[in-house]
Structures are given as structure tokens and as C-alpha cells.
Design a protein around this ligand. Structure first.
Ligand code: SF4
Length: 390
């Protein structure tokens, strides 16, 4: 061994030796994907879209002109784009001094999902959600399970023709109570989400964001008026891990949680526990304490099991013991509803009354076996159960 070689811990060895060796591991079996992935493009600086794609474009919201180019203000990356350049999310382009989204009305994935799949456990249980995504994402998680679309551009996928009015028609046709903007990252198709959610709300259809929450405050507050529920992926409670694993920073996501609470959006939080990356129980304890200190302990917290994926294919799946330990930490910290996801048959899929501890909602996967919540209360002791039940 070279004298210059830095000693690393076993934990660091697992993390760094395995990162980046994976790749073409899994398809996207869970969603109805018509988008044939035909190649990668670079992010900023990619080629401008073809004439065909301009059919699916619209002038973007939230940008200013600067002497160095157009500055997008939608997310904390605040990309500055010269003529013809594309943002890090691969969906926003500087064309002749204006910023355009090229992810408008052209989702590459569309599917009817149970609401429990988002996951949302305290929001209209057993209902169906019309779920869509365009290509693109403003983050680049090493563990992304939908990387074939999130790390692509709408230029590179085969897409549906679903302008907002048509999206609503499809939602009604399939008797869905909500539209979920999901799978990739709705912030990357913000204008499409905004216009669709506004129209849906007018027609009595609910709107759901499934997002990493990496967005600036103003656009988040603006869209919140039309959003009923959000599942926020709080990926870690370490800024360093955010930078290395995801390509973002932690504080904007914490801001998002606080803003959504202020705007009365129903929130559920997902925390994926990845061995050697996000399985530090001291960090999990700090995260739970922060949630409690900020009045977020009434909102469900889902600890989710990692399976080898994308650039982390050689990591092991999360041991169920780690998920159970995290759940106990969260419950002891004062979070009232804590679930374990991606572990079929776990009792931690069920909802328990935080007062009398009786089983309120029994789940098997995405199915509800029994529901003992009546008028938003425990049928046994009358405890109020937080959520949107009707
Ligand atoms: S939304 Fe896209 S273009 Fe805008 S700042 Fe974020 S990554 Fe850059």
C-alpha cells in the first residue's frame, strides 16, 4: 500500500468502492412507461430542442435576464443559461433570450396508481391517483429508481400528448380522485404541473406532488394554493450527504417542509435508508428531533427500504432490523405515525392509534384490509387521527 494512501473506514470502503460500478440494473416495471430511452444528453449546454419539441414548450415562470445570460429562479441551482443552453434539469432552455420549458403536456409516463403507492397513507385511503411524469429532474441521485426518465430530457423519450385539459379528461375517465405529479420530479415540469393543478382544482380533482422538495420559496408558495398533498423525499439530514449522493443541499428541502405546513398542504415524508449512506442512527435521531421541533410530528414518516439501484447496485438491501430501529427512534422522538415501506408483510405498514395503540388501518401492500377511523377519529378511544380522510 502506498504511504500516501489515506486510511479509510470499512463504512467508507463500502460506500466508495461500490459507487459508480452499477448502472443498467433495473427497468421501470412499476410504471407504464412508453418512453424508450434513446440516449443521454449532457445537462447545461446540451443542444437546443428540435422544431418538433417546441410544440411541447411554454415560456417558463421565474427567470430574469442578466448580463451573463438568463437566470432561472425556480430551484436552488439557479442556473444561468446562455443562448441555446439547457438547465441542469434538462427541461428549461434559453431560446432567443427567453426561458422556455420543454416539458409541457408531454409526459413519458402515465398510470393509474393506488394512493398508497405514493406513499400517502393518511390521504383519501383506497382512492386512485392518475400519475404522470415527464423526463427530467433537477437532482441526480445515485440511487434513483427511475433514472431512465429522470436523467433524460423530453427530447429523448417517447411521450404522450396530454395537455392539461386532456389530462383532466383521462383522470375523470379512470375515476381518479387525484392527479399525482410523480415518478421523476414535478419541479422539472413545474409549469405543466401548475396549469394542470389549477384546472384540476377548479373541477374538484385533488393534486399531489411526489417530490424531493428542491425548489425555491416563491414558486413553491405559488403552486401550493392548488396542491392538496405532498410526499416529500427527505433524503438525509446531512448536507454533505445531500451534496454527494444527490447533487443538492439540505436546507432548501427543510424550507419546503416548513412552507408546505404553513400553506396547509397535507404532508407525508419519506426517508430512504441506504446502507453506508443514510443509515446513521444519530443522524436519523437528529432528523426526527428537527421534525418534532418544527411541528411536523403529526405528519406520517415513512422509512423506506433501499434495494440495489442505478449507481449503487452493489450495495446490499437495507436490513429490516435497521428500518425497525429507525422506526423506534422516530416514535420515541414523538412522531406519531411511522411506517416502514418496501418490506412486504411488515406490521409497520399498519396505522396504529397513538393513544390506545389499537390497529386503525390494516394494510397489505397497497390494499386496505380494514379501516377503523371514523370521522377522523379512532373508533376505540376517540383520539383525533391526522389526515385527509374524506
Ligand atoms: S429548475 Fe432547472 S434550469 Fe431552473 S435552476 Fe433548477 S435545474 Fe436550473
Amino acid at each position: 500500500m502506498s504511504n500516501n494512501k489515506k486510511n479509510i473506514t470499512k463504512r467508507e470502503f463500502i460506500k466508495y468502492s461500490l459507487c459508480g460500478l452499477g448502472g443498467l440494473a433495473l427497468g421501470i416495471n412499476s410504471i407504464d412507461l412508453i418512453a424508450n430511452h434513446v440516449g443521454k444528453i449532457s445537462g447545461r449546454g446540451g443542444m437546443p430542442p428540435s422544431d418538433e419539441l417546441w410544440k411541447w414548450s411554454k415560456e417558463a415562470m421565474y427567470y430574469i435576464e442578466t448580463p451573463r445570460g438568463i437566470k432561472c429562479q425556480l430551484c436552488p441551482h439557479v442556473c444561468v443559461l446562455k443562448e441555446g443552453e439547457t438547465g441542469d434539469c434538462r427541461t428549461r432552455v434559453n431560446n432567443k433570450g427567453k426561458l422556455y420549458t420543454i416539458a409541457y403536456g408531454n409526459p413519458c409516463a402515465a398510470h393509474v396508481d393506488p394512493i398508497e403507492k405514493k406513499p400517502l397513507y393518511h390521504f383519501l385511503p383506497s382512492s386512485k391517483s392518475f400519475s404522470i411524469a415527464t423526463a427530467g429532474c433537477n437532482l441526480a441521485c445515485l440511487n434513483c429508481q427511475n433514472w431512465e426518465i429522470s436523467q433524460s430530457s423530453p427530447k429523448d423519450t417517447r411521450n404522450y400528448d396530454l395537455m392539461p385539459w386532456r389530462l383532466i379528461e383521462e383522470c375523470k375517465k379512470y375515476k381518479c380522485k387525484s392527479i399525482a405529479y410523480t415518478y421523476s420530479e414535478p419541479i422539472a415540469f413545474y409549469e405543466y404541473t401548475y396549469d394542470s393543478a389549477k384546472l384540476a382544482k377548479e373541477l374538484g380533482i385533488k393534486n399531489i406532488l411526489v417530490t424531493a422538495g428542491y425548489i425555491n420559496a416563491k414558486p413553491l408558495r405559488d403552486i401550493s394554493k392548488y396542491i392538496d398533498a405532498a410526499n416529500i423525499d427527505l433524503k438525509s439530514f446531512s448536507n454533505e450527504i445531500y451534496e454527494m449522493l444527490i447533487g443538492g443541499t439540505l436546507q432548501p428541502v427543510l424550507n419546503t417542509l416548513k412552507i408546505l405546513k404553513q400553506e396547509n398542504v397535507w404532508i407525508e415524508i419519506t426517508n430512504l435508508i441506504i446502507p453506508s449512506w443514510t443509515d446513521d442512527f444519530d443522524m436519523i435521531k437528529k432528523m426526527c428531533d428537527w421534525l418534532v421541533d418544527n411541528g411536523l410530528n403529526e405528519y406520517p414518516l415513512h422509512f423506506s427500504r433501499f434495494h440495489p439501484m442505478y449507481k449503487l447496485t452493489n450495495l446490499p438491501s437495507t436490513p429490516t432490523s435497521a428500518l425497525e430501529k429507525a422506526r423506534n427512534i422516530a416514535l420515541n422522538a414523538g412522531i406519531k405515525y411511522v411506517y416502514i415501506g418496501n418490506v412486504p408483510g411488515s406490521n409497520a405498514e399498519n396505522t396504529y392509534c397513538p393513544n390506545c395503540k389499537k390497529t386503525l388501518i390494516e394494510r397489505r401492500g397497497y390494499s386496505i384490509i380494514s379501516n377503523n377511523i371514523i370521522d377522523a377519529k379512532c373508533k376505540y378511544c376517540g383520539e383525533k387521527i391526522s389526515g385527509v380522510w374524506e
